[in-house]
Design a protein around this ligand. Structure first.
Ligand SMILES: CC(C)(COP(=O)(O)OP(=O)(O)OC[C@H]1O[C@@H](n2cnc3c(N)ncnc32)[C@H](O)[C@@H]1OP(=O)(O)O)[C@@H](O)C(=O)NCCC(=O)NCCS
Length: 205
């Protein structure tokens, strides 16, 4: 199937397990996932649990788009000055995270997550679109699927005159995002020997 045959659709809850597996494969050697789950022998199983809960939560709060054959996935959210709730409800899937991935990875996740959220709030004090996640099946990368998903998100942001923000822990991704109009804002290491992180911003056109 060619990129041109693929539609961009919303992820349905039924396809959550497949989406978690796709994310697990795409991010297996990503510095953030390596940092959370350094032991390769248990990374696949733990990362899959992590992505399953993460995407289940994102379906409640964000927009989640996939290509129809689930070769690629994108997660984004438009922050428009609303108060962001810190407290979790009883039904919040993230409450199960420490039991699912273990205490030490959970601690690293919380520390990194807090640092990233602090930076986002400091930098992006204005309404903006946050591109949380973008991933393409490893064997399908470089064929246009990432661009297929990201283009309509950026078009929507432009229509709403929203800047778009993202972070990446892989330097090799900078070129891809640069091609889509993102510019590097800053780069720094996350606390507790966390991964080096690049922060990028795309102004609306
Ligand atoms: C980064 C990623 C989303 C890009 O999606 P993709 O489908 O591979 O990229 P596309 O085919 O749409 O675009 C590729 C274009 O970007 C360029 N490019 C630059 N860096 C690239 C990179 N790291 N990966 C892929 N393409 C890259 C290519 O040269 C190509 O340019 P061209 O269209 O002028 O030929 C995908 O490679 C991926 O999922 N990587 C692993 C997970 C990840 O790191 N996600 C991003 C987290 S922030």
């Amino acid at each position: 199937m060619e990129t041109s045959d693929e539609a961009v659709i919303k992820l349905s809850r039924l396809r959550l397990p497949d989406a978690a597996k796709l994310l697990c494969r795409a991010f297996w050697s990503d510095p953030f996932i390596e940092y959370l789950f350094p032991d390769e022998s248990e990374r696949t199983i733990l990362a899959e649990k992590y992505f399953l809960l993460n995407i289940r939560r994102k379906l409640m709060t964000c927009e989640v788009g996939v290509t129809s054959s689930l070769k690629a996935i994108a997660v984004w959210h438009s922050y428009r000055g609303e108060k962001i709730k810190d407290e979790e409800s009883a039904s919040d899937p993230l409450r199960r995270m420490p039991y699912m991935i273990g205490d030490a990875p959970y601690e690293r996740l919380v520390t990194a997550g807090k640092a990233l959220e602090e930076e986002r709030r400091r930098i992006m004090y204005m309404p903006h679109c946050y591109l949380h996640l973008l991933a393409v099946e490893p064997g399908q990368q470089g064929k246009g699927y990432g661009s297929l998903l990201v283009r309509p998100i950026l078009e929507q942001a432009d229509e709403k005159r929203l800047p778009c923000y993202l972070v990446t822990m892989r330097e090799s991704n900078l070129l891809f995002y640069d091609k889509h109009g993102f510019k590097l804002l800053q780069a720094k290491q996350l606390p507790n020997e966390g991964p080096f992180t690049w922060f990028m911003l795309r102004k609306s056109v």
